[in-house]
Design a protein around this ligand. Sequence first.
Ligand code: AFP
Length: 344
Amino acid sequence: MTHIATTEHITLSSFLAGAAREERVPAGLIALIDAVADACSSIATAVERGAFDGASGNAHSENVHGEAQKKLDVVSNDIMIGAVGSVRCLRGLASEELDSVQVTGHEHSGGAAEYLLLFDPLDGSSNLEINGVVGSIFSVLATPASGAVVDERHFLQPGVKQVCAGYAIYGATTMFVLTTGHGVDGFTFDSESASFVLTHPQLQIPEDTREFAINMSNERYWEEPVRRYVRECVAGESGPRQTNFNMRWIASMVAEVHRILMRGGVFLYPRDNKHPQLAGRLRLTYEANPMSFIVEQAGGMSTTGQIPIMEVQPEHVHQRVPVILGSKLEVERLLRYHDEAAAA
Ligand code: AFP
């Protein structure tokens, strides 16, 4: 169970300053995290005001995945790029809404660590028209060779190399959830002080769960280990698991992962044969990797079904990947079902 700290008023800025003093976060990274958090609070406002500001509905354009963009996808992308553009340690960025990576014009800062930012500015945007939950997801990598001219190859690092990851969720409240590799902390936006305040320190995912999330309409496309797992969950008390399960599907990865952080669960967007040329639905570098980093830092597990997601070597920045993540015991069970199917 999550314990909510309401007694102390620790803002994201003071939390990061403390982490820098204790040398848990490099000082340069703090400016980048602050800028991303500022962007997220502006995106929350843009989402809230969409209907008044002419920003609701379709943009009549497509992103690199061939998906119709909402106006708020484009607005959120512009907000994020505008907010981080002046951060001196940032050398480049990649976004779901940009065809190719962008190199920032800053000169090499002379010895200090420098970073790349990868993000999905508005995840789950098909939920906008139903006033459902949406969010932003981000991942930070270090530039491998300080001073080198940055290009797409520098972004192609496996998730284990992430130095920081997080998401913002725009739901009943706006929250910013962050890891720098020292656990996971959740901050709630306080509109009175216009700051993110630490409300959910050191989140832990229960290792056991009776809740799963998958788009059941894809059942006919799944591989056998996933079919077996879901069949057994659905069979409930009368099946081999001898217990009843509950199912949730919000169609927003941010909302699913947030629920898992709050009360456990397992989330699957597995490999399927709906579009066999694509390895899965979700994107590796700016969706699956940051969420895997968060889930593992909170004691959960994340896998493609074969290997840990964060060990996948990206071949391009918009690559897709099968995703199974959440409570440890269920993810281990799914891995076992995949191993058994491979051995059969
Ligand atoms: P959008 O950002 O295009 O709405 O996609 C959201 C998402 O990538 C992810 O957040 C959800 O888990 C998944 O798609 C939902 O997919 P379905 O359309 O199969 O429900």
